[in-house]
Design a protein around this ligand. Structure first.
Ligand SMILES: [Zn+2]
Length: 156
């Protein structure tokens, strides 16, 4: 990172999540794209880096990291939260590992790997809530609209 340009930072002092780093266990997506939806509280960056590092020890497929917050924490419809940099949307794991969304009802969805992801999320010890709608996934709460992504809230 030393030779690349500095990461964008907003008025809260929050940095944008590094975009598509080659040596990591995650890829980035989001609306709006290009990291504009990925301004993260410092503790959120700690969480994501811990999670992707642990994940990548046993997995080739990358975790899809999506919306966190917009610069300055302005309102982010249709999200109700996603304003303080402490919530992140994460895609379930696909069998083919492609960087695409997947619903839990899809044949492309990998339930066992998604459970492993949810387990690792909790094992960070930094998490308050995981929302996701596959009823067979343990330790995830039903949340309206969360058929194709996990909503993770971390605590401080
Ligand atoms: Zn969310």
């Amino acid at each position: 990172m030393a030779t690349s340009s500095p990461l964008p930072q907003d008025g809260r002092g929050y940095f944008m999540l590094p975009q598509m780093p080659e040596e990591s266990g995650y890829y980035t997506y989001g609306t709006p794209p290009g990291g504009r939806a990925q301004y993260a509280h410092p503790q959120m960056l700690n969480f994501i880096f811990k999670l992707e590092h642990t994940w990548a020890m046993t997995e080739e497929r990358k975790i899809g990291i999506g919306n966190i917050s917009l610069a300055e924490g302005v309102a982010f419809p249709p999200h109700k939260s996603h304003r303080n940099g402490l919530q992140v949307d994460i895609r379930p794991i696909r069998k083919d590992g492609s960087k695409q969304p997947v619903r839990w009802s899809s044949k492309d969805y990998d339930q066992a790997a998604t459970q492993k992801l949810v387990d690792l999320i909790w094992q960070t010890g930094m998490v308050k809530k995981v929302g996701f709608n596959d009823p067979k996934i343990a330790n995830a709460t039903y949340m309206n609209g969360h058929d194709d992504h996990l909503h993770v809230e971390i605590r401080l």
